[in-house]
Ligand binder design. Structure first.
Ligand SMILES: [Zn+2]
Length: 338
């Protein structure tokens, strides 16, 4: 009976069209049902053999089914074509787009790490002006009037009646801290300093230092040594070896320099450590009584220690660069590797 066959085809088509999920399956569907010799037309062709009274009913059913299937087919074709077009715009062979992020400059990375370690050890951070007067930069720090640092060739003097200079070290901040703080004092003083030097692979006219100061009753050299070694082990690794060498600075007495076993060659000797196995990392000593007096502190009651690191030198060692100028040329190809 043709009405049953129409119903049957309706169900078959509904099932088959639900399975179509790409243009190739859609084409297979079209060839099976919608072409001239397809299953839809085969039913339509049988209409001529249907009894006269039934023809309007069967014809109507066939039209409903035919238009329904054609509508579904056209909608599905449009959807699948849109999908194919949008996915063809994506070239899966293209490399991914990376977002380039900025980073902290290597010198600042070193500085931040040093500040973090000293902060853990109870040191607060103090800062002072880059332009200093002669008192804070020299006199208060026990520099004699004929000290070579006062020579025009070592220091940038400002044209002014007050002998203003671009500070040659961060030590003047020590005086300012002593003048303005309650005792005991435990502070570090990072900052930029200036020297009138010829620029080379090992020297710049401006660079960074970090200075430390501890003033209290009965401060000893042993405390200075243990503080610096505790710091250096965290900064450079537990297995590093250290040695203190006697030295001279106007503002400390006694004075010493701290060396670390070369962590490039492990102490065997290499180009970086000039084949000595040691690298100089800090100057230090017990604060000179004259310096305590300059800061308004009685050296008969209080004592203290001070130390200073060159941050750029430490950064060179940390990064393995052999030319200090590379740190300031800001060539992104170099900075990206550090
Ligand atoms: Zn070495």
């Amino acid at each position: 009976m043709i009405l049953d066959d129409i119903k049957q085809l309706n169900e078959t088509i509904a099932k088959r069209i639900g399975e179509v999920n790409d243009l190739q399956k859609l084409e297979e569907f079209r060839l099976e049902f919608l072409v001239k010799k397809g299953k839809m037309q085969q039913l339509v062709d049988r209409l001529k053999d249907v009894e006269k009274e039934l023809k309007p009913v069967v014809g109507k059913e066939l039209n409903i089914l035919k238009s329904k299937v054609e509508k579904q087919f056209n909608e599905l074709r449009e959807n699948l074509q849109n999908k194919a077009e949008s996915s063809s715009n994506i070239d899966l062979t293209l490399p991914g787009r990376r977002s380039f992020k900025g980073a902290v400059h290597p010198v600042m990375q070193t500085l931040n790490k040093m500040v973090e370690i000293f902060a853990d050890m109870g040191f607060s951070v103090a800062e002072g002006p880059d332009i200093e007067d002669g008192f804070h930069n020299f006199d208060s720090l026990n520099f004699p009037p004929d000290h070579p640092a006062r020579d025009m060739q070592d220091t940038f003097f400002m044209k002014s009646p007050d002998e203003l200079v671009l500070r040659t070290h961060t030590s003047p901040v020590q005086i300012r801290v002593m003048q303005n703080s309650e005792l005991p004092i435990r502070a570090i003083m990072p900052g930029r300093v200036y020297r009138n030097e010829a620029i080379s692979a090992r020297a710049l006219a401006e660079f960074y230092q970090i200075e430390g100061l501890y003033v209290d009753k009965n401060v000893t050299l042993a405390e200075l040594k243990s503080t610096l070694i505790t710091f250096a082990k965290r900064m450079y690794g537990e297995n590093s070896a250290f040695r203190f060498r006697p030295s001279f600075f106007p503002f400390t007495e006694p004075s010493a320099e701290l060396d670390i076993s070369c962590y490039i060659c492990g102490g065997k000797g290499c180009r970086i450590c000039k084949h000595t196995g040691w690298l100089e990392i800090a100057g230090c000593g017990m604060v000179h009584p004259n310096v305590l007096r300059s800061g308004g502190i009685d050296p008969d009651i209080y004592s203290g220690y001070a130390f200073g690191f060159g941050i750029d030198r430490v950064t060179l060692l940390r990064t393995g660069l052999d030319d200090i100028r590379l740190l300031y040329e800001n060539d992104v190809r170099i900075l990206k590797q550090l």
